[in-house]
Design a binder for this molecule. Structure first.
Ligand SMILES: *[C@@H]1O[C@H](CO)[C@@H](O)[C@H](O)[C@H]1NC(C)=O
Length: 403
């Protein structure tokens, strides 16, 4: 009788807590979390339910592993979309870099750790305690102002990582050689830092990589040809993204050596010149090419037509000239084309279109020097797709009839 009523009470508590079968937090894990909280200034009460008198397995951002009652995941998120209101978490200025988050080294069962928007004020690099968490599969430290001489070599100790996300920090320099130790890595996100070099060619040792994302850094000089030696599995995105950097020189055709599946190549907003290389035809699986906002010249290569799965071309704001390749019109999935603000001449090939009406602004041909009739399958598009520019174009939807 006694037992069943206490079981009922427990079930009611579980229902109230919003988590099924509440696992009870181990004391050492709870103490580690409280010691960590004590290093933060939490004026907005982001972690207000981190209270010593309650089970830490139901605290905001804390997830326990049911079988062992250990904290398995910790998501310290100051801009938590699903939480009530947003907040601010600031590391107490009295805390020094080496001891920040030191207590987290006691969370030895942790497999996922994420800090988002925990403001550390430019003072330190990734806390050393994090490198002791060798069971980590996912480490995500985003928008935290971590800085330091560069991304520390110690990240190479976290050999179980499948995801390393360090975007929105202040890391200068390049990746350490030890990145080559992270053989399980799928996702490497480093956008929005101050990196001046990609760093080690040892990234080519990572055979499970799916995303290498380096947008919004300070990468300059030519795009290294050795990047053609990386692996992108294409399991998720198959993405190499280098947009919004300061790369100069030609687009290396070697990038099309990336195997097995380069699906998305992002090179827009750099200072690249020369043509889109004919070797683009070797990027067999490519779906999306971003090369807009560079100084590219020459004509769009016919070899784009070899990319059987090609869907989207973004090449606006360059100095591309010459005629449009007819081959693009034969690709079954090609449905987005932004080539505005170039110097492209000649007719729009009659096999172009239809472009997807489901996508807002699927096409932009404005500010070129195209001539002749609009192809039948593009006549459903609005005038703003073709004008301003292109005075020589004619026919529906334009007001001027073809002579
Ligand atoms: C880890 O836990 C032990 C035992 O609870 C404690 O003595 C120690 O101070 C903790 N370590 C850190 C770095 O907080």
């Amino acid at each position: 009788m006694m037992r069943s009523s206490s079981l009922l009470l427990l079930l009611m508590l579980c229902a109230l807590s919003g988590r099924s079968l509440a696992t009870v937090c181990r004391a050492s894990d709870r103490n580690a979390l409280l010691a960590f909280k004590a290093q933060l200034i939490d004026a907005d009460g982001v972690l207000k339910d981190w209270d010593a008198s309650t089970n830490c397995c139901v605290w905001t951002g804390v997830f326990c592993d049911r079988t062992h009652s250990r904290v398995g995941s910790l998501f310290v998120n100051a801009n938590c979309r699903n939480c009530i209101g947003n907040g601010k978490l600031i590391v107490d200025p009295k805390v020094n870099g080496a001891s920040f988050a030191a207590s987290l080294s006691n969370l030895t069962a942790l497999t996922q750790l994420s800090f988002n928007n925990v403001q550390i004020r430019f003072r330190f690099s990734i806390p050393p305690a994090i490198y002791t968490l060798t069971n980590l599969v996912s480490l995500s430290l985003t928008d935290c102002q971590f800085s330091g001489p560069s991304i520390p070599a110690d990240v190479g100790k976290l050999v179980k990582l499948t995801e390393l996300t360090l975007d929105g920090n202040r890391f200068p320099g390049g990746l350490p050689d030890s990145i080559g130790n992270l053989k399980n890595l799928n996702i490497l996100h480093l956008e929005n830092n101050q990196m001046t070099s990609i760093g080690s060619t040892r990234i080519t040792l990572l055979k499970k990589l799916d995303q290498l994302v380096l947008n919004y850094n300070k990468l300059s000089g030519p795009i290294p040809k050795w990047l053609g030696g990386i692996t992108l599995t294409g399991v998720q995105y198959g993405e190499l993204n280098l947009h919004d950097n300061q790369f100069t020189g030609y687009i290396p055709g070697e990038l099309c050596n990336i195997k097995p599946k380069l699906l998305i190549l992002g090179l827009n907003k750099n200072k690249l010149n020369g043509p889109i290389p004919a070797a683009i035809g070797n990027c067999g699986q490519l779906r999306t090419l971003f090369v807009g906002d560079n100084k590219l010249s020459g004509s769009l290569p016919h070899e784009l037509g070899k990319l059987k799965n090609f869907q989207e071309l973004f090449a606006a704001n360059n100095q591309l000239a010459g005629p449009l390749p007819k081959e693009l019109g034969d690709l079954p999935n090609f449905n987005q084309m932004d080539i505005g603000h170039n110097k492209i001449t000649g007719p729009i090939p009659s096999n172009y279109g239809p472009f997807s009406p489901d996508i807002p602004d699927p096409v932009d041909f404005t500010n070129n020097k195209l001539t002749g009739p609009i192809p039948l399958a593009m006549q459903n598009l609005p005038v703003k797709v073709f004008r301003p520019g292109n005075p020589g174009l004619c026919g529906t939807p334009l007001p001027n009839k073809c002579k």
